[in-house]
Structures are given as structure tokens and as C-alpha cells.
Design a protein around this ligand. Structure first.
Ligand SMILES: *[C@@H]1O[C@H](CO)[C@@H](O)[C@H](O)[C@H]1NC(C)=O
Ligand SMILES: *[C@@H]1O[C@H](CO)[C@@H](O)[C@H](O)[C@H]1NC(C)=O
Ligand SMILES: *[C@@H]1O[C@H](CO)[C@@H](O)[C@H](O)[C@H]1NC(C)=O
Length: 355
């Protein structure tokens, strides 16, 4: 089960630097597009749903964990009112945060992942350029991903706790569908989580929506992903830099990063004096040259806002958490291997046999 590590990024990095500095990727796209099989064509983008789910991707950035647990935080208003938190998981060492709960509309289990807070956003983004495809995805010999993205989900307490909470939710609320959401690095984790759940429980049960996520794997991985998680929407915004990273080089075959489908590109269209907010549903290749790849992606500001909703920490640039001491009736707090777990329900209830 341990992923095999490979190193083959020197060539990629060098050619990468040259190309990255030259032109929008669209220029070179035409004949190099990879032919891939797609099974997601029956799944449609729902703008109303996206406007709701982005609020969960924003709320998961809340550092006051008590107000998040009781769903009384400032970002816990609006479309997400009535959300019932099941569990918040905070990996303090790696600065990761996720939660699982049950939403009233759409009636479903929501799993949300926060983006990175480790350094400033721009440091993290700079590092993205150099990420290597250095791990073979287990069971998929040609599918390569980045070790850091992969292990942030698979090799932390997050996965264990999320799967446990999903089983608990199903036992308590019935077999609800699952919406997995995440922004930025959280979008990468959300992708691995959705893939994990789809493989485990069937792809009909899982929908994924990410906002401004980076590429996470090579073309073989993208094809495998689209097959396994056909109900996927990957939202990009104007000139957001992160969806452009790590770079895509069409001529590198399997040695390049490649997005999975289906992208929805939010951008403004100007006709005469009229500016229209345009939500373009892109093609099924994952690398539609007419969507975000048609522009130079250099904006950090565009990365931090989707659908007018703020997507960054409420305490900027830090990795701090606040846990109130007042009301123990609000839930359980336990610590496991440097991970803080806040649960609305007694922890022992979680030790269920799998469903
Ligand atoms: C889109 O999502 C909203 C919110 O969940 C839902 O009420 C609506 O029925 C959905 N529309 C379609 C066409 O599925
Ligand atoms: C998982 O984490 C442990 C401890 O942090 C580390 O020793 C191990 O190499 C990691 N495994 C993978 C596959 O990343
Ligand atoms: C939305 O954007 C797409 C792609 O950029 C463009 O083809 C389309 O005409 C735009 N729609 C409107 C209503 O401006």
C-alpha cells in the first residue's frame, strides 16, 4: 500500500521554467491535448448549489473552533444556516483543518477542507511551482501525484476521523449523499477525499466541488479521477494563479500535471458598457484552453474570493486556533497524535463497526 516514490522532475522543472515565463498555456494547446475518456458528461453544474457550498469552504477557515462547532461563527450565517456539525478535525502540526456535518439544503453530509495557512499565501503559491510528481497512486501504476498533497489526506488523522464521522452520520441520519468541498490546498485534499469515498462507497454517493485548487496529478491520474468521481466541479476565478500550478506542459506526456474535469470559470464579460458575471462551463478535457487557461493567471486576490465570498483565514497568515473553555455541554474535545478533535457527540459513539 505504501506509494512508490519516483524522481524525474529535473527535466520538467527546467523546461517548466522556460515555458512558464513565456505565454498563456492556451497558445500551445491544440494538437497536444490528451485524449481522455470521460464519464461525467451526464453531470451538470448547478450555480445555486455552488453559491451554497462555497460558504462551507469559507467557514472552515474559522479559527474560533467553539463558534464553528456550535455553528455560530460569523461565516456560519446565510445559506448554511441550520448546519449540524458532527466533528472538526485540526492537525495542528501540519496546520490542516476539516469538518464533517449535516446540511439542511442540500440535505447531505458536508465535508469541508481548509486551504493552507502555514506561510503567507504567496510563499505557498511560489512553492507550488516546484512540486514534483513523485508518488504512484496506489493501485494505479501510471497515475502519479504529489507526495505532499497525497499524504496530507491519506497519512494524517484527517482521513480516519472523516471516515468515522461519515459512518456515524449515516447511522444517525440515514444514508445521505456526500458533498465534499475545499478551497486551494483544501481543494487538493477534498479531491483525494472524494476519490477515497467514491472508491469505497460508489461514485453515485459523492459530489465534489473545489475552488481555486492546484493541479494534483498527471494525465493518467486525471483520467482515473474523472472515471471514479464523475460528479466533480472545479471552479476557477478570473486570473487566480493557483489553478495554473503546478504547470501543465502538454508535450511532456505523463510527466506533466494535468487537471481533471469539469472546470467552471468565473469571469467578467464586458460587452459595450455592460459587465456581466459569467460562469463558463468548460469542456470535459480538464484543460480547456478557452477557460482559465486563456488568461495569464497571476492574481492572488482572485484566489481569495469566489462568488463574492472570502476564502482565507480570519486571522491572516497564522496557524492559530481558539478553543473556548466555557460550555462542555457543547461537545467533546480530544487530542490524538497532535490532532485536536472536536465532536458534538461523545467520542465513544464513534467507535462503530463499519456500515
Ligand atoms: C440546484 O441546487 C439547488 C440547491 O441544492 C436545488 O434546490 C436545485 O433543485 C438544484 N437544481 C437542479 C436543476 O438540480
Ligand atoms: C506517513 O507519516 C509518517 C509519520 O509522519 C512518516 O514516517 C511516513 O513516511 C509517512 N508515509 C508516507 C507514505 O507519506
Ligand atoms: C461567457 O464567456 C464565454 C467564454 O469566455 C463566452 O464565450 C461567452 O460569450 C460569455 N457569455 C456572455 C453572456 O458574455
Amino acid at each position: 500500500m505504501a506509494p512508490r516514490r519516483r524522481t524525474a522532475a529535473a527535466v520538467l522543472a527546467l523546461t517548466g521554467l522556460l515555458l512558464f515565463l513565456s505565454s498563456p498555456a492556451a497558445a500551445a494547446a491544440e494538437d497536444g491535448e490528451l485524449r481522455m475518456k470521460h464519464s461525467g458528461d451526464g453531470y451538470h453544474y448547478n450555480s445555486t448549489l455552488a453559491h451554497i457550498l462555497v460558504e462551507y469552504a469559507s467557514a472552515v477557515y474559522t479559527s474560533d473552533l467553539t463558534s464553528l462547532l456550535t455553528w455560530t461563527c460569523p461565516r456560519c450565517e446565510g445559506h448554511t444556516k441550520g448546519f449540524e456539525m458532527i466533528e472538526i478535525i485540526v492537525d495542528v502540526e501540519r496546520c490542516l483543518q476539516a469538518f464533517v456535518g449535516v446540511a439542511p439544503d442540500p440535505r447531505s453530509i458536508i465535508i469541508a477542507f481548509r486551504g493552507t495557512q502555514e506561510h503567507s499565501a504567496s510563499n505557498w503559491i511560489e512553492d507550488l511551482f516546484w512540486k514534483q510528481l513523485d508518488v504512484t497512486y496506489p493501485g494505479m501504476p501510471d497515475a502519479m501525484v504529489h507526495h505532499g498533497f497525497y499524504s496530507a489526506y491519506y497519512n494524517t488523522t484527517l482521513r480516519h476521523e472523516i471516515l468515522k464521522s461519515v459512518r456515524w452520520a449515516w447511522k444517525t441520519y440515514g444514508r445521505l449523499p456526500i458533498n465534499v468541498v475545499g478551497h486551494s490546498m483544501g481543494g487538493a485534499l477534498a479531491s483525494f477525499c472524494a476519490l477515497d469515498l467514491s472508491v469505497k462507497y460508489g461514485s453515485h454517493a459523492v459530489e465534489l466541488i473545489t475552488f481555486g485548487q492546484p493541479r494534483v496529478g498527471n494525465p493518467a491520474f486525471a483520467a482515473y479521477f474523472s472515471e471514479q468521481v464523475p460528479r466533480t466541479i472545479r471552479v476557477t476565478h478570473e486570473n487566480d494563479i493557483v489553478p495554473h500550478l503546478p504547470p501543465y506542459f502538454y508535450y511532456l506526456g505523463q510527466w506533466t500535471y494535468h487537471h481533471f474535469a469539469r472546470e467552471v470559470w468565473l469571469h467578467e464579460t464586458v460587452v459595450g458598457n455592460v459587465v456581466t458575471k459569467n460562469e463558463t462551463v468548460c469542456d470535459c478535457t480538464g484543460e480547456d484552453p478557452t477557460c482559465s487557461r486563456s488568461v495569464y493567471g497571476r492574481s492572488v486576490a482572485d484566489h481569495l474570493e469566489y462568488y463574492g465570498v472570502t476564502l482565507h483565514a480570519d486571522s491572516r497568515g497564522t496557524c492559530q486556533f481558539v478553543i473556548g473553555t466555557s460550555n462542555s455541554a457543547d461537545g467533546d474535545i480530544v487530542q490524538v497524535d497532535g490532532t485536536i478533535i472536536l465532536s458534538r457527540y461523545p467520542q465513544e459513539q464513534h467507535s462503530l463497526a463499519s456500515i
